[in-house]
Design a protein around this ligand. Structure first.
Ligand SMILES: C[S@@+](CC[C@H](N)C(=O)[O-])C[C@H]1O[C@@H](n2cnc3c(N)ncnc32)[C@H](O)[C@@H]1O
Length: 299
């Protein structure tokens, strides 16, 4: 199997977990298992969770081929149900989990699979569900939201300056059945940008619209809040919780949660400012450019 997801802030994140051989750690966003593998290499054991069954399949194979599957428990589920997922493994894991990592967002596998509909660059259905059990796809949302709701979505989650214009253009295009695939949607956004005379934006103009839709479809902010509420109870004293986020609203949730935990006397924030990737990491892996890592230590 080739072309694994390139893990962001890999060394810094796992250093922060301060792995001790034989202890259990929680990887709440397995993806391709990059962070998990690093924990295993350092002698730790891992409970790995991902909401996407395809991710589980790949990690199962990857760890199996390296002969380290015996030190990992892989669970399909949403980290918003963290407590239940962990309790279901109590016989194996016990209640002693020394640290946790969340590496939010989508994996390269998801982005590069056209049929998942995450990428504006690949023709595919407007799906965007990480969990195939979810009922609502991006196309359902695009077809049912009002112009006002689309505007709010693009403005609030997409932080999109031209949200009204995009909402207008989408409503017009969908009325004549012009928005059914990822490329259709990307084209509507591109046209708006062209009309506005904006050509040299550093990222593709559809990036933020796709990200906003994906975040709603998977209720990513809601899941993050719920996952953080639970993880602080699961991790043992002196254990760390590491979160890598890729969106300012995610980072705000993490920052506020850590602040409240500190005020409640749960421990301390180890990152006064978020840790960001080096210029070299960004050059090698442009997807890392918006990453922010924060670390909390339970005391
Ligand atoms: C950026 S990737 C993780 C990459 C991984 N750290 C690696 O190094 O290979 C994020 C993964 O988290 C999963 N995910 C996102 N939200 C989730 C949630 N609420 N519960 C469980 N998994 C989630 C996605 O399906 C995706 O596979």
């Amino acid at each position: 199997m080739e072309g694994y997801h390139r893990s962001v802030l890999l060394k810094g994140a796992i250093d922060a977990l301060d792995i001790k051989a034989g202890n259990w750690y929680l990887d709440c966003t397995l993806g391709d298992g990059g962070h998990t593998l690093e924990i295993l290499k350092r002698g730790g054991k891992v409970v790995g969770i991902d909401v996407d069954p395809k991710a589980l399949e790949r990690v199962h194979k990857r760890l199996g081929s390296l002969g380290v599957l015996g030190n990992a428990v892989l669970i399909q589920g949403n980290f918003r149900d963290l407590k239940n997922l962990i309790f279901s493994q109590a016989d194996t894991v016990g209640s002693k989990i020394k640290g946790a990592i969340f590496d939010l967002g989508v994996s390269s596998l998801q982005l590069e699979s056209p049929e998942r509909g995450f990428s504006f660059a690949l023709e595919g259905p407007l799906d965007m569900r990480m969990d195939p059990g979810l009922q609502v796809r991006a196309l359902d949302l695009l077809n049912t939201l009002t112009r006002k709701e689309l505007n709010e979505l693009f403005r609030n989650l997409g932080e999109e300056k031209y949200s009204w214009k995009l909402a207008d253009a989408l409503v017009s295009a969908r009325e004549v059945g012009q928005v059914t695939t990822t490329k259709d949607l990307a084209e509507v956004v591109e046209k708006v940008y062209r009309r506005m005379g904006i050509r040299d934006s550093k990222i593709h103009p559809a990036t933020r619209v796709f990200q906003a839709l994906r975040m709603v479809i998977n209720d990513e902010l809601g899941a993050l809040q719920e996952g953080l509420d639970q993880v602080k109870e699961i991790i043992e004293k002196n254990g760390c919780i590491v979160v890598i986020s890729f969106h300012s609203l995610e980072d705000r949730i993490v920052k506020n949660a850590f602040k409240q935990w500190k005020l409640a006397g749960l421990g301390e924030v180890l990152t006064r400012k978020p840790v960001v990737p080096s210029d070299q990491e960004i050059a090698e892996n442009p997807r890392s450019r918006s990453a922010k890592m924060r670390v909390f230590k339970k005391l």
